[in-house]
Design a protein around this ligand. Sequence first.
Ligand SMILES: CCCCCCCCCCCCC/C=C/[C@@H](O)[C@H](COP(=O)(O)O)NC(=O)CCCCCCCCCCCCCCC
Length: 197
Amino acid sequence: MASTTRYTTTTFALGHIVTFLALRFMNSLGSVFSFISKDAVGKIQIMENYRIGESSQQYLTLQSMVKYEMENKLVDLVQRSENWDSGCRTILRLHRVLRWLQLFLEKLQIASEDSKTSVLCTEAYNDSLACHHTWIVRKAATVAFYALPTRVAFFEAMNMGTTEEAVAKLGVALPFLSKVFDITEELYKQHNLLDLP
Ligand SMILES: CCCCCCCCCCCCC/C=C/[C@@H](O)[C@H](COP(=O)(O)O)NC(=O)CCCCCCCCCCCCCCC
C-alpha cells in the first residue's frame, strides 16, 4: 500500500484548504497562538515555493521529493547548514504536527461533555511533539493551550456542527489522517529520515 499510494496535487490542494481553515481558526484564538501559526505558515510557504519552483515536478509526490532531494544531496542529515529548509526536514516537522493532531482529535472524539480541551491538547502534545521542542517552546505552547475554548465552542468555531455531528465527522476523517501519517512514517523510516536536524 505504502509504495503505491501517492500524494497528488489534489491532496496538496485539500491540505491547503484544511490548513487555511485551521490557521484562520488559530488566528481567531488571538495573539497567544500567533507564534504557533507563524511557524506553521513559514513551513507551508517553504513547501509552496518548491511546488512553484524550477524543480516543481520533483515535488509532485512525497516519494518523488524524497528521491530527488536524497539523490541530489539536498538534505542536511547531521546538522542544519545550507539545506536547512529542505523539503524532507520541513515535511518531517509538519508530519510530527500531524501526529499531535491525530492524538488530539481522537481524544476530542471520545471526551466527555465536561472535559477540558486544554488538558486534552496538552496530553496529546506531551505524547507527540513536546520531545522535539526546546524548553522555551514547550512552556509557551503549554501556556497557549490554556486559552483553548470548550469542546462545544471548539466544534462550533471549526464549523463542525453539533457535538454529535462533530463526533461523526471525526469518525470519518481520522482514518484518512492515520493513513497519511502511516505512509509518511514508513517512507521516512525506510530512508532513515525520522531524526533530521
Ligand atoms: C488548536 C490548537 C493548536 C495547537 C497547536 C499544537 C501544536 C503546538 C506546536 C507549538 C509550536 C511552537 C512554534 C515553534 C516551533 C518550532 O520550534 C518547531 C520546530 O521547528 P524548527 O525545527 O524549524 O526550528 N516547529 C514545529 O514543530 C512545527 C509547528 C507547527 C505548528 C502547526 C500547528 C497547526 C495547528 C493546526 C490546528 C488545527 C486544529 C484543527 C482542529 C480540528
